[in-house]
Design a protein around this ligand. Sequence first.
Ligand code: NAD
Length: 416
Amino acid sequence: MPYAAGHNAMDTGVVGILGAGTMGAGIAQVAATAGWTVRLMDLDASRVQDAIDAIGRRLDRLVEKGRLPASERDAVVRRLVPASKADELADCDLLLEAIVEDPDAKAQALRALVPHLKPACILATNTSSLSVTELGRRIGVGPRLVGLHFFNPAPVMPLVELVAGQETAAEVLDRAGVVARAWGKTVARAADTPGFIVNRVARPYYLEAFRMLEEGLAPAEQIDGAMTRLGGFRMGPLELSDLIGQDVNAATTRSIWDRLGRPARLEPCPLQEALVRAGQLGQKTGRGVYRYRDGKRAGAAVAVAAGGPPPVELQRAAEQMAHVWVTEPAAPVEHVLAARVIAAIVAEARWARHEGVASADDIDAAMTLGVNYPAGPFAWEARIGRARIDALLAALERATGRGRYRPAPGTPPADL
Ligand code: NAD
């Protein structure tokens, strides 16, 4: 059924949410808090009631903290309406799916619902890794489907990636953006490319850390410490990969690398893949990069022989970068650790911009609001100076000679 415009204003309305798991429940809370009526549906009806109960409990805590009036809490919960049949979604202005990350399941579920929706209802997918364009084509609703990629936990994380499929109608994209903003979110517009902005530009955070660990440049604790203490990140890359799960993290890297045509710079790290094969998946298995006892970190679980010091040229380039912002005392190798990770993130952000994934401003907003980076890659670039970053990337490329640190076209050398 073709998309037919209906509403202009989307300040309040009715949203159908398919999938009442982690993300569906979080997004339902966001929408209901913003005054929308939410029709919540799941293959497993018990998940719907569980989600409504969980939202109620989360709202109770907000009331206790004085951040939500008690009367408003009840109004929000009243706006959460379980739905069990497609017909109950007939008045929706927006249908958002947040079901299992399986293209067949998503296509099948949405195809079954579309005939029951009003023509003006727009469709959105919360997929993290699937192509919005392909999903839209499979369901036959390309112009009506948009990606609205929320981050976990949705009520807390301020970012939504607004993903334009190749066939998404401009008006649908605009309306979806208006809705996300009306729900209190900051929108970063992204093209329908692997990993969109956040999951792609974040790859080097983990990859570069694993490479440095594999090279024997420093032990895991020192790599993580450099990123939190000197880099300003909330969690080090290796401890974060243990929290996410080495299997999940490595699969995301591999999928994005594959779908981007296997560029050398995003090539999966053998050390991380070996952890996955060994079942050393991180916190959930009690061992990953680190060992865990009673949920607490208890030393490193990966021992790599110490490598030689970095080439002089590389050390000097890293020092020149780090001296721009590092004021606290640090070992010279820690300058290399922090500078390498930041340079690799900036390099990936430039590739993403070059390939039309998003603007520099949207990439910066996405990385600060979607994954809490202390600054956006282009803000770092402006502060540190492009030439300093390029000098480190060039030194890394000479040291490894594998095309991993090749800069994106269109970033000519700049003055120091
Ligand atoms: P989840 O497993 O917590 O929830 C999925 C829900 O979908 C379950 O309640 C399940 O019963 C239901 N479901 C499965 N098949 C269905 C169908 N055919 N019809 C109706 N309901 C069905 O998953 P999640 O973590 O909430 O992820 C949902 C989507 O959001 C995925 O596409 C995922 O990639 C994406 N996403 C997840 C995160 C995250 O951090 N968890 C972040 C951003 C995006």
